[in-house]
Design a protein around this ligand. Structure first.
Ligand SMILES: Cc1cc2nc3c(=O)[nH]c(=O)nc-3n(C[C@H](O)[C@H](O)[C@H](O)COP(=O)(O)O)c2cc1C
Length: 197
């Protein structure tokens, strides 16, 4: 299955080979590979070097914890997530050390997860992020202190067999990846003036 992005300009293979599968092999990545993923997240840039990211990792080796996070997912995500060995909650710290709210915390957390996903690609692993979960339920289930907010849950694992999915999910799994054209979001000098090729 080739899901490599069909790009208009050449980009690094680690970027065009990353995608978000739904079928995963029931195989745990080695612990050192997992740690390298979070090391990659660690070195993301952040506003004021505030590093407002936290991750709660659960795996099928601890079914109780995995289940606790799994039950927060929307049914549409529960339909495919169970095949992945690792389920992670990405949490942002909403307040800075001085007690003021950190407007850039979601941006910074996103950059950390982007780093992690690229490192995963380098390790032969895949990440699929989800906003489709109950944030309040997740916050309560893991007893997060007040200033911490769950933002996404993501799975990590090796690519599985699309035939393990239901028909509609298999169709999406095999569909080509799509993006808006570069010209639709890049401007030069002025808003709405296309970036010159
Ligand atoms: C913040 C965020 C939330 C997402 N939420 C979901 C989700 O709840 N369920 C899902 O199946 N995919 C989810 N996705 C995956 C996107 O649908 C996917 O990244 C997008 O369609 C592009 O596909 P690609 O990652 O394969 O290039 C989410 C991705 C991000 C970054």
């Amino acid at each position: 299955m080739n899901k490599t992005a069909q790009t208009d300009y050449d980009i690094h293979p680690l970027i065009n080979q990353r995608w978000s599968p739904r079928a995963f092999r029931n195989e745990m990545p080695p612990r050192d590979a997992l740690l390298r993923l979070f090391e990659a997240a660690r070195w993301a840039p952040s506003s004021g070097n505030g590093q407002p990211w936290q991750f709660v990792v659960t795996s099928q080796e601890n079914p109780q914890a995995y289940e606790k996070l799994f039950t927060t997912l929307h049914p549409a995500n529960q339909a495919w997530v169970g095949s992945a060995p690792l389920l992670v909650m990405a949490v942002m710290e909403a307040l800075r050390d001085n007690g003021r709210s950190n407007l850039w915390a979601p941006y910074d957390l996103g950059q950390a997860v982007a780093n992690l996903a690229i490192q995963a690609t380098a390790e032969g692993l895949f990440v699929h992020q989800m906003a489709g979960f109950d944030r309040e339920q997740a916050k309560a289930a893991f007893n997060l202190p007040e200033q911490f907010e769950p933002m996404t849950v993501f799975v990590i694992g090796y690519l599985g067999d699309p035939d393990s999915l239901s028909e509609d999910l298999r169709e999406r799994e095999l569909a080509p990846r799509e993006r808006k054209p570069l010209s639709s979001f890049t401007y030069e000098n002025e808003w709405d003036q296309p970036l010159e090729r």
